[in-house]
Design a protein around this ligand. Structure first.
Ligand code: C5P
Length: 211
């Protein structure tokens, strides 16, 4: 069983994908962490304006430690991740890892849940189930603001909203694997749903008839 979960920043797709993986006994991969790890590597050496060649080399050499960096979730890392994610070389570099994860899920799991922007469209177009998770920009910015505040980041909610809209636009408008709902994906809008309600709706779709 392969489940693709795509959607914009702070839509709740990560929390949902993790919960689905646990419920169905599947391996979980947060594919955004690969792009973020690439950004962490570049920012660690002060490279804030990488060429495609430099960014691709960074993507080629990410390690598990990069994906566990304390800076992984910061706003600066997210913006840089979105910048390098528009580069064809970076996407090609990270594609094999993602497909290999789905083909050989770790821990003896019989399948995988992977979340990102292009899982159902490009990485795993034959996934058994595809979800596209969304929510209004305001609701997503509020959630992200609460997360950042809890981690001690002094940013304002208006700034979070502006950054989020900026990142969504870049992700949706890029030429390479833009963020878009796959025609055969199930749309789940979580604006008015808490995590329990979103989980129940996603579980009902996954347990329902084949795509
Ligand atoms: O999901 P997350 O917000 O952590 O992803 C960070 C960035 O990585 C996104 O804004 C997007 O540009 C990029 N990304 C992508 N394709 C994926 C996952 C993430 O382009 N499958």
């Amino acid at each position: 069983m392969i489940i693709a979960v795509d959607g914009p920043a702070a839509s709740g797709k990560g929390t949902l994908a993790r919960a689905l993986a646990e419920h169905f006994g599947l391996a979980y991969l947060d594919t955004g962490s690969l792009y973020r790890a690439t950004a962490v590597r570049l920012l660690a050496v002060g490279n804030t304006d990488p060429t495609e060649d430099e960014a691709t080399k960074a993507a080629d050499t990410i390690t598990a430690a990069d994906r566990e960096s304390p800076d992984l979730r910061s706003e600066a890392t997210g913006q840089m991740a979105s910048t390098v994610a528009a580069m064809a070389g970076v996407r090609a570099s990270l594609l094999a890892f993602q497909r290999n994860f789905a083909a050989n899920p770790p821990g003896g799991a019989t399948g995988a849940v992977m979340d990102g922007r292009d899982i159902g469209t490009v990485v795993l177009p034959d996934a058994d189930k595809k979800l596209f998770i969304t929510a209004s920009a305001k609701a997503r910015a509020h959630r992200r603001f609460l997360e950042l505040s809890a981690s001690g980041d002094p940013t304002s909610e208006d700034q979070v909203l502006a950054d989020l809209i900026d990142r969504d636009r870049r992700d949706a408008e890029r030429a390479q694997s833009p963020m878009v709902q796959a025609p055969d994906a199930h749309l789940l809008d979580t604006t008015e749903l808490d995590i329990d309600a979103a989980f129940l709706a996603a579980k009902a779709y996954i347990s329902g008839p084949a795509r």
